[in-house]
Design a binder for this molecule. Structure first.
Ligand SMILES: Nc1ncnc2c1ncn2[C@@H]1O[C@H](COP(=O)(O)OP(=O)(O)OP(=O)(O)O)[C@@H](O)[C@H]1O
Length: 667
């Protein structure tokens, strides 16, 4: 069963939520909570962003000498590290209400930074002999990243001292994991926007990577501010990094804004964090001598990390007292918890299958509480997985001979309270789900085992979608099933069904849902203050104060987002700010079927990039010949031309022409 999760409310910039429809019955399976949270949350994030910006400006105006080195954390802001580079703690309620940060907040951040520095220097004392460690610059699930400068350069002025990002791995990180990350960086890093490594220092169970430091801006601070040419630059550089990584048959697996650093002023980019990286199609263990080399890339523990991440969050909420211990206790508990967590016995799933009145979801027409629906959906999805394993070799892609023999054996599970012997002999399907929620592609959510570099391309598409729609994070589901439901809501059930079939996975959806139009979605969300305006609603209300709602997208009819809308909707053309090729690229990056998804290399040849390059080139050529209109003005004209509003038909035609033109140019 796929729950419909597109948010029904769109918030106004002032933070007032768009009013729920007064009339028109939404889908009975509609989920208002969580599923649409990310979309709804955007204005609050903007508000928060403004707060932080004010905060930044405040500090910009009052830099104190040496503060950047000596006052780490939110308060430390001097010439060396810009405020954006020192992530502030999440704003408090007071900050959200527009009140200045209390000294306690700054003190807390400083304490955390100091704790992180001490922890590093105690665990790896040699670091202290080589480096001055100034502040904490990043904090991830498996590491703390600190800013360091060489001691032997301490006599130099700040501006001449080289800066390093020192990534201190948590001591409980598996050595294989650290080794794998290290190998990725040494083999691929240092070029094409991919982070390199200077050295790795280890002392007992602790390890730290010393990497070149790159000052960067926070995604929150720029994703709504970029114009088309900057978006193009950003996406191009992201794809350049991915193309490079993918050349090595490596999937990064954790592509997200916080792992793709961007320095706006210097126009520099850096892809970091290979902690989840994985080699595509690792050879079967024990079959050849190549195993050892590729095993270094192959993260066997991959599937643990996201679960651990979720557990971390839960622990952070449940045990705030641990916060003062620098996370060490928390992390240890984390490992205890995860090792104790039992797997759900397949019998339970079979039981729950028996308890379901109808497997095809035909009984789900009546209204159910949201939570019940979610549980039902999860149970059904689990059932589907059990069924997929039980129903034979089709869904089991294990490749060894005995596995194959077991896979072809007949299954006797049906209507029995236990799993049959043949199924017990089958090998489990291992499909990694490593990655950050919100960036997992359909193939990961469908638990497809043969994942490829297309995983990263989807994540790049999600970033592009966030930028184009001004909604970050775009997807924010509490679990993989809701995540899949979010994708179904946007791309329609047919696309997912087809892909599931192509990937030999089974998915059961209780209802149909038509795809939404990505252009409408981006422009509507981008200009939400306009389309969520109460006056606009008023103008469309009937005399009795009611307004029809589209049953597919659950938006008021005049804001319908459906690809094939039957309503006369508010015109969007006046708000168009992207060329047609941008939407086309977005579609290709977010292709549901991983086998059809564009590659990073192909994406770089897309007209969204090439047409602009050609136009630039043409402008340069003309500059050399003519001395009439200045180049800047002409470039502006080009951009204006590219943003002329067009109908969907025109958009398609334009993309086709762009593609044709670039093919001709290549000849
Ligand atoms: N070379 C670098 N230069 C500057 N900042 C960096 C660098 N590498 C990492 N950082 C900062 O540290 C943060 C965390 O780094 P990284 O993603 O490698 O750690 P992690 O523990 O794997 O994090 P996560 O679990 O969030 O993925 C980054 O988001 C970035 O802000």
């Amino acid at each position: 069963m796929a729950e419909r999760v597109l948010c029904q409310e769109m918030a106004t910039p002032g933070g007032n939520h768009y009013r729920r429809p007064k009339s028109g019955t939404g889908s009975p399976n509609m989920v208002y909570a969580n599923g649409g949270g990310s979309w709804r949350a955007a204005p609050r994030q903007q508000q928060r962003q403004q707060q932080q910006l004010q905060h930044h400006h405040h500090h910009h105006q009052k830099p104190t000498p040496h503060q950047s080195y000596n006052s780490p954390g939110a308060g430390g802001k001097g010439g060396l590290v810009r405020q954006e580079e020192q992530p502030l703690p999440d704003p408090t309620g007071a900050e959200l209400l527009g009140l200045p940060a209390t000294p306690r907040t700054i003190k807390q951040a400083r304490n955390k930074s100091e704790e992180a520095i001490n922890d590093l220097l105690v665990r790896i004392p040699y670091i202290g002999q080589l480096f001055d460690v100034h502040s904490r610059i990043g904090n991830g699930t498996f590491s703390t990243v600190l800013l360091g400068t060489l001691r032997r350069e301490s006599h130099l002025p700040d501006s001449l001292r080289r800066k390093f990002a020192i990534k201190h791995h948590i001591p409980t990180s598996h050595p294989d994991r650290i080794m794998k990350e290290l190998q990725c960086m040494t083999k691929m890093g240092g070029t094409e926007n991919v982070v390199g490594i200077h050295c790795c220092l280890r002392c007992d169970a602790s390890a730290a990577f010393v990497m070149p430091y790159m000052a960067h801006d926070r995604f929150h601070d720029f994703y709504t501010r970029m114009d088309v040419s900057e978006i193009r630059l950003y996406m191009r550089n992201l794809l350049v990094a991915l193309r490079h990584v993918h050349k090595f048959d490596v999937i990064h697996r954790d592509v997200k804004p916080s792992n793709f650093l961007y320095n706006r002023r210097r126009r520099e980019f850096l892809l970091v964090d290979f902690g989840l990286a994985q080699h595509v199609n690792p050879p079967v263990m024990g079959s050849s001598g190549t195993v050892a080399s590729s095993a270094a890339y192959n993260n066997n523990n991959n599937s643990k990390r996201p679960r651990e991440r979720e557990t971390t969050e839960a622990l952070q909420q449940s045990a705030p007292a641990d916060a003062g211990l620098g996370g060490a206790v928390k992390r240890m508990r984390l490992h205890e918890e995860s090792s104790k967590m039992p797997l759900k016995p397949v019998n339970d799933i079979a039981q729950s299958e028996l308890q379901q009145p109808a497997v095809d979801g035909s009984n789900l027409g009546q209204q159910q509480p949201v939570q019940q629906q979610q549980q039902h959906q999860q149970a059904q999805a689990q059932m589907d997985q059990a069924a997929s394993t039980a129903s034979g070799s089709k869904y089991n892609t294990n490749r060894n001979a005995s596995g194959a023999a077991a896979n072809s054996a007949k299954c006797f599970c049906f209507a029995n309270p236990s799993v049959c012997l043949n199924c017990l002999m089958k090998k489990e399907v291992h499909a990694s789900r490593a990655g950050t929620p919100g960036y997992r592609p359909p193939e990961v959510l469908l638990k497809y085992p043969d994942q490829t570099t297309a995983v990263d391309v989807w994540a790049a598409g999600v970033i592009f979608l966030s930028i184009m729609s001004s909604v970050y994070p775009f997807f924010k589901a509490p679990n993989d099933f809701i995540a899949l439901a979010e994708i179904v809501t946007i791309f329609g059930d047919q696309a997912i069904r087809k892909t599931a079939l192509a990937l030999e996975r089974m998915i059961t959806l209780s209802q149909r849902s038509r795809p939404l139009n990505l252009r409408k979605l981006c422009l509507r969300f981008r200009h939400r203050s306009v389309f969520a305006d109460a006056k606009l609603l008023k103008s469309h209300e009937s005399v009795d104060g009611k307004c029809e709602v589209c049953r597919n997208c659950d938006q008021y009819f005049f804001n319908c987002l459906c690809e094939d809308s039957e309503y006369l909707t508010e015109p969007l053309d006046a708000y168009e700010c992207f060329p047609a090729s941008a939407y086309d690229l977005l579609h290709r990056l977010l292709e549901i079927n991983p086998h059809k998804r564009i590659t990073a290399d192909e994406a770089l040849q897309h007209p969204f990039f090439t047409a602009a390059e050609e136009a630039e080139q043409a402008a340069t050529d003309q500059d050399q010949v003519a001395n009439g209109t200045p180049r800047k003005v002409r470039r502006q004209r080009y951009h204006n031309h590219k943003t002329v509003p067009a109908t969907p038909e025109q958009l398609k035609q334009q993309v086709a022409l762009d593609l044709q033109q670039s093919a001709i140019n290549k000849l």
